[in-house]
Write a protein that binds this ligand. Structure first.
Ligand code: PPE
Length: 303
């Protein structure tokens, strides 16, 4: 899906035209993946566009930067305000927002400390990550042979550019085997997550999801879904999940900012189908993100 250009991109403190938001080919991050980023969604509500869990996304951006010894030359509130202003300036109602903090042009080599830390934020309209139909009818996933990065190689809690090379290998392995998406195992052999999504399993009305130590990115959608499910009366257990537990599950779904809640209807040729709890959570998530449930209104930042 090509990116749908909008008018402006926020780049190092200024709004520039979309086509002018450029970097040099010797940018450090292009060579070494030395950047961190976020994916945030803005939803249309009766009170106008609202950004979902903006504070948590900005906090995670700063945490990711800290892991890589990057000092962001703006405050959290400046970044949050820039994100809101970007949505306003581009006249967007619903969009995906991509802030990126990266080591810029300066020196080459693995000590990046003399290179500038640059910040850009773009926003555009982006539909469901795994397709409209995938979100409705469910997708087919494969447990791939590529393992998820480990806590002592590339810290999975950091949403860092270079770490996504691991996700790209996983994704391509799944696509080459004619599946829609990959499921990665952690270094111990337990289920970790998708290339860009966390994973949940339903068995006998209990909801399971891999714990933090299963090398996952601590998803903000994951956190939202855990809270929503508990408030709806379901028991949620963060626990190690085996391959066979997935195959024998009643329901399995992915969560993520881009993917939202996407059912997984088949894994490795095992039919799972799309279940009622996934549907209920999708409906609740839609209501919450679109400002239709007062109880969670504090998760929305109106632009
Ligand atoms: N795990 C990974 C590896 C991941 O990249 C994401 C988000 C998640 C879990 C879910 O996290 P959260 O969005 O906070 O619920 N992936 C982002 C980027 C995907 C991409 O292809 O780019 C996203 O969904 O925005």
């Amino acid at each position: 899906m090509p990116i749908e250009a909008t008018e402006k991109i926020w780049f190092n403190g200024k709004f520039v035209d979309w086509d002018d938001a450029k970097v040099h080919v010797l940018t450090h991050a292009l060579h070494y993946g030395s950047g961190v980023f976020e994916g945030i969604r803005c939803y249309n509500t009766d009170k106008g566009p609202a950004i979902f869990r903006l504070k948590e996304h900005v906090d995670r951006l700063f945490d990711s930067a800290k892991i890589y010894y990057m000092k962001i030359p703006y405050s959290k509130s400046e970044i949050a305000e820039a994100i809101k202003e970007l949505v306003r300036i581009n006249g967007l109602k619903e969009c995906y927002i991509r802030p990126i903090v990266f080591r810029g042009y300066g020196e080459m080599g693995l000590n990046p400390l003399n290179n500038p830390v640059e910040v850009a934020i773009a926003a555009w309209e982006w539909g469901p990550y795994l397709g409209e139909e995938g979100q409705k009818k469910g997708i087919r996933a494969k447990i791939v042979s590529i393992q998820r990065i480990t806590p002592n190689t590339l810290p999975p809690v950091a949403k860092a550019c270079g770490q996504y090379i691991n996700s790209i290998l996983a994704k391509l392995e799944a696509l080459n085997c004619n599946y829609d998406e990959a499921i990665m195992l952690d270094y111990r052999g337990f289920v970790s997550e998708g290339p860009g999504e966390n994973i949940f399993v339903v068995k006998d009305d209990v909801i399971y999801t891999p714990p933090e130590y299963a090398s996952i990115l601590k998803g903000i959608t994951r956190d939202s879904v855990i809270k929503l499910a508990e408030d709806m009366g379901y028991e949620v257990r963060e626990r190690d999940i085996t391959r066979a537990f997935l195959y024998l599950a009643d329901e399995v779904f992915f969560t993520g900012t881009a993917a939202e809640i996407t059912p997984i209807r088949e894994i490795d040729g095992y039919e799972i189908g799309v279940g009622e709890i996934t549907r209920k959570l999708q409906k609740k998530f839609y209501e919450v993100t679109h400002g239709k449930d007062e109880k969670y209104i504090s998760w929305l930042d109106f632009v």
